[in-house]
Design a binder for this molecule. Structure first.
Ligand code: GCO
Length: 479
């Protein structure tokens, strides 16, 4: 009989060395889209295409972080976080995707890394958070194998220039979204809806990850740590006693999770994934040594978590309701899963319409711990959008966001619980440091700890920022 794990108390301190961080991504905050030699990315093209993004919003200005970096870092230092996860904009460094590099772009991230270190905040750099240089899209984008090699070259350039001051690297952010929202449902850039391309893109992203790790390790001083951030999905069968519903969950688990963890962590694509998608593709785009190239050692796995999914076997009548859950859409992003129906989840919901269920985070952390006990884990994104209201009280600007505090607290309680149960969870990054460009939703959805007025660009820490600051400084959840 196994002894039940002790129940973590909210007053249990987080372990020594546990990292409290916040996260952002380049296109969502930087603005300065045409400055200092930056080339256009697929998100510039997509956001400037009418009908793609709510209200026609673009990242042209975003939070104007490119020009306000120092003030933003001061604000971050006031929060007392240990680490900041940001992304490097590929088209700012290599404007055409391959070839000539832009020194000004490298200088910006050098100043960012130095500014963080001066303030005692450890940088964690993501190399790809969806802003593929448009010139590469013109040459096929993630549908083209050569994009993986171009990514490795870019990783080498960045590692060479910044490896002396950044020692935590993430290759890709949420390749599921790049592959399946970008090429399956088409709600993200480049807006393609083709199941074969979606699967090929997934493979080329995997290959890019493996080649980039090799390129980084060749130039970055030893001792650096490497990871990838996956939006692993907690997929539950509607009726756990139904073999058909369990099989539907297995099918989506392969397409959402194991299509990445298979080659990256286990060194093989799962057979059931190949079987399920056989009517779509024979996977002949996977060449002989690809999986070995993808299967590189990792120091940590980043998990991005927001909500859960529920599925059942579908007889093809009615709507398959693919709109449920995090970052999914009305058109199906799931190639080969025509007989799977996504079901609406019970609430409560955030402003995204995503259900709140921290048990999904518990499930995913414990699963990864079980399957890869040697792998350190980090929650590299977790957070909630709410329609925040700014008020002025006694001359002071305030944003009261108790729901967001509750969301963060409940997920941090789960993190403590998984640590008590033996999982090696090293850190937690709240998404996001500040309100920003929420992809197809534009500026409508606010995930920040810090409020941004998108007319004046004024920043106001929300109550959740004060709360998170207490957590980061005291290393425990306040009673
Ligand atoms: C993602 C991205 C972030 C999002 C966040 C909220 O998960 O989609 O990594 O860029 O803004 O997740 O949707």
């Amino acid at each position: 009989m196994t002894t039940p794990a002790p129940k973590a108390q909210p007053t249990t301190p987080f372990p020594d060395g546990f990292v409290f961080g916040t996260a952002t991504a380049a296109y969502q905050i930087e603005g300065a889209a045409r400055e200092d030699g930056r080339g256009p990315s697929i998100w510039d093209t997509f956001s400037h295409t009418p009908g793609r993004v709510a209200h026609g919003d673009t990242g042209d200005v975003a939070c104007d972080h490119y020009h306000r970096m120092d003030a933003d870092l001061d604000l971050m230092a006031e929060l007392g976080v240990d680490s900041y996860r940001f992304s490097i904009s590929w088209p700012r460094i290599v404007p055409s995707g391959r070839g000539r590099t832009a020194q000004a772009g490298l200088d910006f991230y050098r100043r960012l890394a130095d500014g963080l270190r001066e303030r005692g905040i450890r940088p964690l750099a993501t190399l790809y958070h969806w802003d593929l240089p448009q010139a590469l899209q013109g040459a096929g984008g993630w549908d083209a194998r050569a994009t993986a090699a171009a990514f490795a070259d870019y990783a080498g350039v960045v590692g060479e220039a910044l490896g002396d001051r950044i020692d935590r690297w993430t290759t890709l952010n949420e390749p599921w979204c790049s592959a399946f929202l970008g090429h399956g449902s088409g709600v993200h850039a480049p807006g393609i809806t083709d199941p074969v391309i979606a699967l090929r893109a997934a493979h080329h992203l995997n290959l890019a990850h493996g080649l980039a790790l090799q390129a980084l390790r060749a130039v970055v001083p030893s001792g650096a740590e490497y990871s990838v951030s996956l939006n692993l999905q907690a997929i539950r069968p509607d009726d756990p006693d139904s073999a058909e519903d369990r099989d539907a969950a297995r099918c989506l688990d392969a397409l959402a999770n194991r299509v990445f963890t298979g080659p990256m962590l286990d060194g093989a694509y799962p057979q059931d994934l190949l079987d399920d998608t056989a009517s779509v593709t024979d996977w002949s785009f996977v060449q002989d040594d690809d999986v070995a190239a993808i299967h590189q050692p990792l120091d940590a796995l980043g998990i991005n978590f927001y909500s859960t999914s529920r599925v059942r076997r579908w007889d093809g009548t009615g709507s398959s309701n693919h709109s449920a859950g995090h970052n999914q859409s009305a058109a199906s992003p799931w190639p080969g899963a025509e007989s799977v129906q996504m079901l609406p989840q019970p609430g409560p919901y955030t402003d995204m319409g995503w259900n709140i269920d921290p048990s999904g985070l518990h499930e995913l952390i414990m699963r990864m711990h079980r399957e890869h006990p040697e792998l350190a884990l980090m929650v590299t994104e977790n957070g909630a959008a709410y329609p925040d209201e700014l008020s002025v009280e006694g001359g002071e600007r305030r944003v009261h966001d108790p729901e967001r505090i509750d969301y963060l607290r409940r997920h941090l309680e789960v993190v403590l619980q998984t640590i008590a149960e033996g999982a090696d969870v090293r850190g937690y990054y709240a998404w996001s440091f500040m309100d920003n460009f929420e992809w197809a939703y534009g500026y409508d959805k606010r995930f920040g700890l810090v409020h941004v007025d998108f007319d004046t660009l004024e920043r106001t820490p929300k109550d959740s920022a004060r709360w998170y600051s207490r957590v980061a400084r005291s290393r425990m959840l306040p009673a």
